[in-house]
Design a protein around this ligand. Structure first.
Ligand SMILES: [Zn+2]
Length: 265
């Protein structure tokens, strides 16, 4: 290849890359999804008001072992009405009880004692409950404890079509073409400073990837916790850089990824 032609090919290639990056994530540098697990009181009392004060939308993965679906139904309905996603995190939150650190898993909520049909029925019932609360037909799932299998079976497989995507718990930031829609990784947060949370976002901006945060306690409410100042610092950083960062509930981001991946095949 002569030098002129070589330069032209390189020019077109880099031009294509810049163009492709330009249109990704709604013309922003990266996508960030804020997720809050386990239907804690602090979601309603701390997290949602902080998000709403800045107009940011998130996903709350609800399970009812905390019983707040009963005790705070109006609160969840109000959160959904503000544009947040109520995600499905099963009703009883079953996890594998035979792994290290799982002494909190009771025999009746041990995934080892479930069949695939058992857990799928539970997830389907939870979807019906969530729809009764928010009236929405699109949502994502989060695997309790990140456990995706019962023995050798991926338990979500038979009912995957009820969801636009599913979140696991592996920390990773992936390019859009590499995201596995039913195994979306995330960063579980416990005790990080505001600067540390912001630096994760900066890394996603630099790498043009998807970053998912997983919070439990926000200003208390769970042994895995983020302080209110650290959480606030993260949200303010996201708001200040809203023109560079796409911040949306998981189901919107999953639909976007699904569309991108199916149209680029
Ligand atoms: Zn959970």
């Amino acid at each position: 290849m002569n030098t002129k032609l070589h330069c032209l090919v390189l020019f077109l290639f880099f031009g294509y890359c810049v163009k492709a990056q330009d249109t990704l994530w709604h013309h922003k540098k990266c996508a960030v999804v804020l997720t809050y697990d386990d239907a804690l009181d602090v979601d309603i009392d701390n997290a949602a008001p902080a998000l709403d004060s800045l107009g940011l939308k998130a996903t709350f993965y609800l399970s009812n072992y905390t019983e707040t679906l009963d005790t705070r139904t109006a609160g969840w309905r109000a959160i959904a009405a503000k544009g947040h996603e109520l995600g499905n995190h099963t009703y009883y939150h079953p996890c594998l009880g035979n792994l290290p650190g799982r002494s909190f898993v009771t025999p009746e909520d041990d995934l080892n004692n479930y069949s695939v049909l058992d857990v799928d029925k539970e997830i389907h019932i939870m979807n019906t409950l969530l729809k009764a609360i928010d009236g929405k037909g699109s949502r994502t799932f989060a695997y309790p404890c990140g456990d995706m299998k019962i023995r050798d079976s991926f338990y979500l497989d038979p009912i995957k079509n009820e969801f636009t995507g599913a979140r696991s718990v592996r920390p990773e930031m992936l390019h859009i073409q590499d995201v596995k829609l039913y195994d979306i990784g995330c960063y579980g947060i416990n005790g990080e400073s505001g600067d540390q949370l912001v630096s994760l976002v900066q890394k996603a901006m630099d790498s043009h990837t998807l970053l998912v945060f997983l919070f439990h306690g926000v200003g208390g409410g769970h042994s895995l916790n983020v302080s209110l100042p650290a959480h606030s610092q993260l949200l303010h950083f996201l708001k200040q850089h809203e023109n560079e960062i796409w911040i949306a509930p998981m189901t919107e981001v999953a639909e976007y990824i699904q569309h991108y991946q199916s149209s680029s095949k």
